[in-house]
Design a protein around this ligand. Structure first.
Ligand code: SF4
Ligand code: SF4
Length: 441
């Protein structure tokens, strides 16, 4: 069995080997070999970028389904704040949440409530003298994994706080077990997710031994059913408790404003995050707090959402403006900071997974770096991807690691064919010595 769980999977029968995905993967986890894509599991961070890029739908996210609810006595839906952005601002948040109950959940508990608690915990963390700056938010699991595999030197900069969904799950699970007298294993706690990265985070958590979330159901998977339910849910339904402070986490910048982080930086889209983290690793960025999100615009742009990211963003701004006015009118207060650290803090440290290393043995690694440079110098430097590796540097690495050969490069292959052809012409002109005319001396 594989050491890694991944929500993002390849359906080889659908893959046409078009190389679209290999060039966009932020960790260079994909290669095309034998005409099909192949994902290197140790490198994949489940960002879902390849799902977005694959026109043949060969990359998909494995999530749970509503059928899985039947295995539990009591089921709780944890809707991501991004879910609200998938509906027009005229549909009250209450109605969206109560529509989830129509799909078979016994209760809806907003992840935005967890976000409110984590916002306060972040404020407290940033005040700590031992907080390593810039402190990087751990809310996006794809970013946490990116740090783990590509920037292991920044692991101590990650804020050791659980993501809002985990906090919400811990809270609702423990409270309902007590109140309803149900065994923990009989409660199903389901995240309604905008991304595959969260699914992976529950199945293989980093900051804790076990997640309190049972599983994840993609927004896109239930959207059709939700739309139908929204049409029949009474408009005065009452499921919502979170305030704009928590719901705003759906957008990039929402966490920073909820935590009122002063000297901070907000980055979204995984390649932008990777570029900025490179600068952080070089000590070039002097800020206290970094909010980094893998998806463009934040979770509203997650690969498992249905609405166009810009439409969703616009709707979210409209909804938040309404919510702020309502919060103020009703004197609604965000969920209180929980001094119980077991609710919000990691209970183990994240270990690096440095997959960019060429060899465990430092001397062998140095030798391979030298070989890689020599090989790279011989390649054309066009980064065309036709060889099945994302760029010439990656092909040079693959050659040194014995996973590819120089003639996988079409230009090197052409060179080789030309040389062979010339050699053959030369050979064809050559006669055996017995037939050669000899110059008489
Ligand atoms: S999910 Fe992200 S990291 Fe994994 S193979 Fe796809 S693009 Fe690469
Ligand atoms: S930005 Fe949000 S939706 Fe995208 S991968 Fe991170 S947590 Fe998931």
């Amino acid at each position: 069995m594989s050491e890694y769980f991944h929500s993002v999977r390849l359906t080889p029968e659908r893959c046409k080997g078009c190389v679209n995905c290999i060039k966009r993967c932020p960790t260079e986890a994909i290669r095309i070999r034998g005409g099909k894509a192949k994902i290197t599991e140790a490198r994949c961070i489940d960002c879902g970028e390849c799902i977005r890029r694959c026109a043949n739908r060969a990359k998909t996210a494995v999530t749970d389904s509503l059928d899985d609810l039947k295995d539990y006595k009591y089921n709780v839906a944890l809707p991501a704040p991004a879910l609200y952005s998938q509906f027009s601002a005229d549909v009250p948040a209450n109605v969206v949440l109560c529509a989830l109950m129509h799909l078979g959940f016994d209760e809806v508990f907003e992840v935005a409530l967890g976000a409110e608690i984590v916002s306060d915990a972040t404020v407290e963390y940033l005040k700590r003298r031992d907080a390593k700056k810039p402190a990087i938010s751990s809310a996006c699991p794809a970013v946490v994994r990116l740090v783990q595999v590509k920037f292991p030197e920044l692991i101590d900069n990650l804020i050791p706080l659980e993501a809002p969904v985990e906090v919400a799950a811990r809270l609702v699970r423990s409270t309902r077990c007590r109140e309803l007298g149900i065994a923990p294993e009989d409660i199903g706690v389901w995240f309604i997710t905008p991304c595959p990265a969260k699914m992976t985070a529950f199945k293989q958590p980093l900051g804790a031994e076990k997640s309190s979330v049972t599983g994840a159901i993609g927004i896109s998977q239930i959207y059709g059913e939700l739309l139908k339910a929204v049409a029949v849910v009474p408009r005065d339904a009452n499921c919502q408790r979170a305030t704009a402070r928590g719901v705003g986490w759906a957008l990039s910048g929402g966490e920073t404003s909820a935590a009122a982080a002063g000297n901070s930086m907000v980055i979204d889209e995984i390649h932008n995050v990777s570029e900025v983290l490179e600068q952080v690793a070089l000590g070039k960025i002097k800020v206290d707090f970094i909010e980094a999100l893998a998806c463009s615009g934040g979770c509203i742009g997650g690969p498992l959402t249905v609405e166009n990211r810009f439409v969703a963003e616009h709707r979210m701004h409209q909804r938040l403006a309404k919510m702020r006015a309502e919060d103020e009118a009703h004197g609604a207060a965000p969920a209180k900071y929980h001094p119980d650290s077991s609710l919000t803090e990691y209970d183990r440290t994240i270990e690096p997974r440095p997959i960019m290393r060429l060899d465990e043995d430092i001397f062998k690694a140095m030798y391979k770096v030298e070989q890689m440079e020599k090989t790279l110098n011989k390649l054309p430097g066009l980064d065309c991807g036709s060889c099945g590796s994302p760029n010439c540097k990656a092909l040079a690495e693959d050659i040194v690691q014995g996973e590819a050969v120089e003639t996988d490069c079409i230009f090197k292959l052409r060179e080789r064919v030309r040389d062979l052809a010339q050699e053959m012409v030369g050979l064809a002109a050559k006669l055996p010595p017995s037939l050669e005319e000899r110059e008489e001396n």
